[in-house]
Design a protein around this ligand. Sequence first.
Ligand code: ATP
Ligand code: MG
Length: 578
Amino acid sequence: MASSGSESEKPTVSEEVDTRGKRPSNFIKEIINEDLRLGKNGGRVHTRFPPEPNGYLHIGHAKSICLNFGLAKEYNGLCNLRFDDTNPSKEDTEYVDSIQEDVRWLGFDWEDRMYYASDYFEQLYEYAEILIKDGKAYVCDLSPDEMREYRGTLKTPGKESSYRGRSVEENLDLFRRMRAGEFPDGSRTLRAKIDMASGYIIMRDPVMYRIQRAEHHRTGNKWCIYPMYDFTHGLSDSLEMITHSICTLEFENNRPLYDWFINQLPVKSTPRQIEFARLNLTRTLMSKRKLLELVQKKYVAGWDDPRMPTIAGLRRRGYTPEAIRDFAERIGVAKADSTVDVGLLEHCLREDLNRRAKRVMAVLRPVKVVLTNYPEGRVEELETENNPEDPAAGTRMVPFSRELYIEEDDFREDPPKKFFRLAPGQEVRLKSAYIIKCVEAVKNADGSIKEIHCTYDPETRSGAALADRKVKGTLHWVSAPHSIESEVRLYDHLFTKDNPEDVPEGGDYRDNLNPESLVVLTGCRLEPSLKNANPGDRFQFMRQGYFCADPVDSSPQKPVFNRTVSLKDTWAKIEKKA
Ligand code: ATP
Ligand code: MG
């Protein structure tokens, strides 16, 4: 199913977006409340999340996961995980594994209810025979092209297949032989006998089974006929006693068919399909086909590349499950397609990290500072807070010495007005340490800066009587001999345009790839406490942003850091105004 394409529209923020901490509306809850009031399903609420294992899950799936598992939780119900695996050629166990990992990481639990549509192949086959025996399904020999031609259009009715009149006996015989492998791939199909003149094109004798010799990741070569999605999905819901089958809007037109199969067959339960608008995000592609292309053609380093909108990518980037769940809650659930600003997702992340990320000092583009009046060989341990937002986070000691590193852009030889950082003759405070004053910049032969000579004022040690002496700027720093050297990867949006599909005639989304989506810095200098960072640990590098130790490339004592998100929050301003 292709993703619905309101792609050329300007991004708008969903009306349902919650900007003031209010809970957004959720029309699905209204439907469920009404069903409960009417006593339907014996008061049960049972949902499912039904991914097809043909790719990694992305942030759009996260919305669906939070919705399905969230509703089950709220109504004291159940939510199943079901792999919708009816398309053997594209599916793989790598995807099955990653999907389980991602759903669990998001904080949800299917307990003992993990199912596969392929578990129902035998039962579905029996259902198909029932439909044949009831004269409601027939074997058709039209080629795919003929079938398309016979289907008609929205304005014109379709034409009945000449095979539609086959007897029940002939249909049963042919269908059994299809299963037995007597006919070549694609030569015949089993079709539901509904109405070639229906206003719903999907009801014009849709295909139920196709012949396809492909090894299935679970059933191997047992089957050479595979059921179609529309036949499989509703009946799988029914077999699992699902009460509310929540899917995205592009399935709205399929609903009559969903209901038709359930109504024709002796099923145990009658689930109800409800459609909601899929999530679209600015600067983000959500099509699995295109995400696969980015991976296969190596535009990114893999499904878990921190620039990917996949759950695996977001996790590696440093996203927290809490931030993603908060985002899903805030965007709400609507019936109309819209595009959400990726700034809102980042805002949710910053809010969460601000509460819990430990503040540390890391100099990404270092330049050396020498304190000429600080005794050689002396080292002081200075106390600094771990997180001003969280008193329980406590303090730690950072070493201070005669040679330090500061950020290259925190020094200017010819400062513009209002440059409250370091410049010849100017004073700044070093965070949790002393006030220093710049004396001069010492140059290399090529004119570049070798080191900056400063003096420190011993009276101004943080916490001492004179500590509050006014200076305008406070810089982060590390002690040169104590610091650790590390690689830091600065990630940015993968696309330069809000709508990655916005390209001139003949172009494609790849034209909008951001060449600066990854900048790798080596030789960064980090405070020594970061040596002990565990893969996946998250920090705020003061004045720089939130970072996490890369779970893949970090090794013991040698972390590599990913920038999760910068500190600048444009969404926070929007929220304040609202
Ligand atoms: P395709 O079917 O084309 O392979 P898909 O994105 O629909 O791709 P599924 O694995 O079928 O992938 O999706 C599993 C569930 O997640 C479905 O119920 C689907 O409706 C939902 N889903 C997929 N994309 C989004 C999205 N962008 N926003 C919300 N829900 C989504
Ligand atoms: Mg799908």
